[in-house]
Ligand binder design. Structure first.
Ligand code: G1P
Length: 249
């Protein structure tokens, strides 16, 4: 299975240290946070992992060099998460129709291997897609991709909606297992929220059954994984992650 870890963000919420150390390389005990994410992907069955970086984040490349399961791709401009994962896909060797695991490089999960559990859920459901999710309070809905569920599957998604527009209080939480078809969609994806190419917008085109998207909708299940997501993109979240990941150190 292929995995893509986008780690190209500039780390503006964690300045000034991110001028010299990518946020993904901050230590959790003796390992950089990113290595815990690589470990998660590998133990979920990923054997080809592409880490998407940007110029200035070569420390990541330096650290993992010599690890045969890992390759690198560059996101040349900060054009959004959708653009970053597409850059990873284009550099991820021969393409297959297998589902692809996407693990956000600034999201650690404490208490479970969310990716492995998602792969198991997919296997038990005919190889469908799975998106890791969590409930969020109303005042935080506008920070996340929010799911609309129908009959237990994902029927639609909205990126960073206002509380009034949000179709539920269930948010996309840093882990995706998606059909390879999402990358074809991303190639034609127009910029969305914030002028960025949003992964959320491409996934909604996969799952919606509308005349504009005549391809049969893909089944993608939500998975509220039992662990707790830690956002290491800012100092407070990093501090929380250090406490929560203590058992792994
Ligand atoms: C990204 C996604 C969003 C998701 C969030 C947490 O947003 O675009 O849909 O809910 O990660 O997984 P970001 O935090 O990069 O702005």
């Amino acid at each position: 299975m292929k995995a893509i870890i986008p780690a190209a963000g500039l780390g503006t919420r964690f300045l000034p240290v991110t001028r010299v150390v990518p946020k993904e390389m901050l230590p959790i005990g003796a390992k950089p946070a990113l290595e815990l994410i690589v470990d998660e992907a590998e133990s979920a069955g990923a054997d080809e992992i592409t880490i998407v970086i940007s110029h200035g984040k070569e420390l990541i490349r330096e650290y993992f060099k010599g690890k045969p399961s890992i390759r690198f791709a560059y996101q040349l401009e900060q054009k959004g998460l959708g653009d970053a994962v597409l850059a990873g896909w284009e550099n991820n060797g021969e393409h297959t129709n297998e589902n692809v695991l996407i693990l956000l490089g600034d999201a650690l999960v404490a208490g479970c291997n969310a990716s492995r559990e998602m792969v198991e859920l997919s296997k038990a459901n005919g190889g469908c897609g799975v998106i890791g999710c969590e409930r969020v309070p109303r005042e935080k809905l506008s920070r996340y991709g929010i799911l609309k569920l129908d009959g237990g599957r994902i029927a639609d998604l909205v990126e960073k909606p206002s509380p009034e527009e949000a179709p539920s209080d269930i948010a996309v939480a840093g882990r995706y297992l998606l059909p390879a078809a999402v990358f074809d969609i991303l190639r034609t994806q127009a910029p969305g929220k914030g002028g960025e190419i949003q992964l959320t917008d491409a996934i909604r085109r996969l799952v919606r059954n509308t005349p504009e998207e005549p391809a049969s909708p893909f089944k993608i299940l939500p998975y509220p994984y039992p662990g707790k997501r830690q956002d290491i993109g800012n100092p407070k979240g990093y501090f929380e992650a250090l406490k929560a990941m203590g058992a792994n150190v």
